[in-house]
Design a protein around this ligand. Structure first.
Ligand code: AMP
Length: 184
């Protein structure tokens, strides 16, 4: 099982991905979390990524794809993979297909969580992460629209792969909606 949690900043991808991981026993991989940890630890990757993450811009496809490729070899990802915040560009989606192909796997489902933008802005400002200030939020939405949203067309070519879920409800309700949408 390879699940992609997809959607604009603040839709609840990370929260739902963590819940699914806990309850279904699949490995959870958040490229954003991995980058924030690398920045905190001041690794080479962290140093390269810091400014881009702070400004709400995308880190290069090479860096994030390497993170994903290395992680997917770990035992905790053998039973299943939950991707949160990756892929975010067409290049990443193609790279992911190639990585999975080598492992004899493919994307099982894309969970597209949808929430109105004004609700998202309120949620992000309340969350208060370093990159959750108004200017960065605006940039992250712009990047999402330009680079990431088009992936819905890419994955939409595979019949029944994309499951769209209304994410405007409490965490447990959204969890149930996702479960129902993917039929588990
Ligand atoms: P997130 O935690 O998913 O909101 O990601 C936070 C930030 O990390 C993003 O605004 C980007 O700067 C960077 N990032 C995370 N995932 C990716 C990715 N797949 N491609 C490029 N940049 C990423």
């Amino acid at each position: 099982m390879v699940m992609i949690f997809f959607g604009a900043p603040g839709v609840g991808k990370g929260t739902q991905a963590a819940l699914f991981s806990e309850r279904m026993g699949y490995g959870h991989l958040s490229t954003g979390e991995t980058l924030r940890a690398a920045i905190a630890a001041q690794t080479d990757v962290g140093m390269q990524a810091k400014r881009l993450v702070d400004e709400g811009k995308l880190v290069s496809d090479e860096i994030v794809t390497k993170i994903v490729e290395e992680a997917l070899h770990q035992p905790k990802f053998q039973s299943g993979v939950i991707l949160d915040g990756y892929p975010r560009t067409l290049g990443q989606a193609e790279a992911l297909d190639a990585i999975l192909l080598k492992q004899g796997r493919k994307v099982s489902v894309v969970v597209n969580i949808v929430v109105q933008q004004d609700v998202l802005v309120r949620r992000l400002l309340a969350r208060g992460r370093k990159d959750d200030n108004e200017e960065t939020i605006r940039e992250r939405f712009a990047v999402y629209e330009k680079e990431t949203a088009p992936l819905l067309d890419f994955y939409g070519k595979v019949p029944n792969l994309v499951k769209t879920v209304d994410g405007e409800a409490d965490i447990e309700e959204v969890y149930q909606r996702v479960k129902k949408a993917i039929g588990v």
